[in-house]
Design a protein around this ligand. Structure first.
Ligand SMILES: [Zn+2]
Ligand SMILES: [Zn+2]
Length: 300
């Protein structure tokens, strides 16, 4: 039940972070995101049996670690997230995906554009299987990464992401994956197959939306070189199962939020206000309240 990430830290470009007096107030502003919000963050509890951290030893990533990793950053040359839609979607799944595109636009402060639509009949037989035990149709995620996205990635892509409603498997020894990312190539593929059927009423729609937003923001965070978080309850915590994912917040913890704000060079309170509006419009009330309260703490 692992979400597999091919974690390859790449040294693309480091834009000056703190060179000269003009940069200093900005750096202080980002440091305050971490220092001021620590008081309202929830330290990560001991993992339960079967949770990600019970199975994987991870050390976390401080902001200093993040800078040392020379992260992938939004820049003038890499300022768009492109989407590839793979296969068919129900009207409700389409609505979830369109809402997720809007969320990514706000979360990562770049336009999100559909670049390609691909039909399942165009996927070769060698990249599909029927699961040997339960018999469901599945697509090979590495085929999507290596043969669909990689050769077609626009030069100005901050990330190029494929969404599919088909179930995914990364190699024949695995049962399935929720998604997979190649940080070296800034590509990722994610399935909403296991997020529930959003056509089954309001509750099921909200659950599917929340799961899809969680995966999309988490995995794009990895593409920006943000590692799994081990400090607080956080969007960037590793998750080992749908149940564990459902227990995780959509919001970033103070440390990961500092990384995102610094990476995107946003004004933090304004950024949190935009996320609050999105969450309010989409009935994510607890998240909207969290963003409202966090913005108020930053302004104090
Ligand atoms: Zn992850
Ligand atoms: Zn975090």
């Amino acid at each position: 039940m692992d979400r597999r990430n091919i974690v390859v830290i790449i040294a693309l470009c480091i834009l000056g972070t703190s060179c000269g007096p003009a940069a200093e107030p900005k750096e202080r502003m980002y440091a305050e995101v971490e220092s001021k919000l620590r008081g309202v963050a929830i330290p990560l509890a001991k993992p339960k049996a079967g949770d990600w951290l019970a199975k994987h030893k991870e050390d976390g990533q401080s902001f200093a670690d993040y800078l040392r990793a020379q992260p992938v950053r939004k820049s003038r040359k890499q300022a768009t997230i492109y989407i590839c839609l793979l296969g068919d979607f129900t009207p409700e799944q389409k609505k979830v995906l369109e809402t997720t595109q809007k969320y990514l636009e706000i979360f990562y402060q770049v336009p999100v554009k559909v670049h390609k639509k691909m039909e399942l009949v165009d996927v070769p037989a060698r990249a599909q299987r029927v699961h040997p035990t339960w018999g469901g149709d599945q697509l090979l995620s590495t085929y999507v990464l290596d043969e669909v996205l990689k050769p077609d990635r626009p030069d100005d892509a901050l990330a190029y992401l494929a969404f599919t409603s088909s179930d995914l498997y990364p190699d024949p020894t695995w049962n399935f994956v929720f998604g997979q990312a190649s940080l070296r190539e800034r590509t990722g593929v994610w399935s909403i197959h296991r997020n529930g059927d959003p056509a089954k009423g309001e509750k099921a729609y909200q659950l599917c939306l929340r799961r899809t937003l969680h995966t999309a923001s988490h995995e794009t965070g990895h593409i920006l070189t943000i590692q799994h978080c081990t400090a607080f309850d956080c969007n960037m915590n590793g998750v080992n199962s749908q149940d564990e994912g459902d227990r995780k917040p959509l919001t970033m913890c103070p440390v990961c939020l500092r990384k995102v704000c610094w990476n995107l060079q946003v004004e933090p309170a304004k950024y949190l206000g935009e996320l609050e509006s999105f969450c309010r419009e989409n009935k994510l009330t607890a998240e909207a309240d969290w963003y409202r309260d966090a913005a108020a703490v930053l302004k104090n």
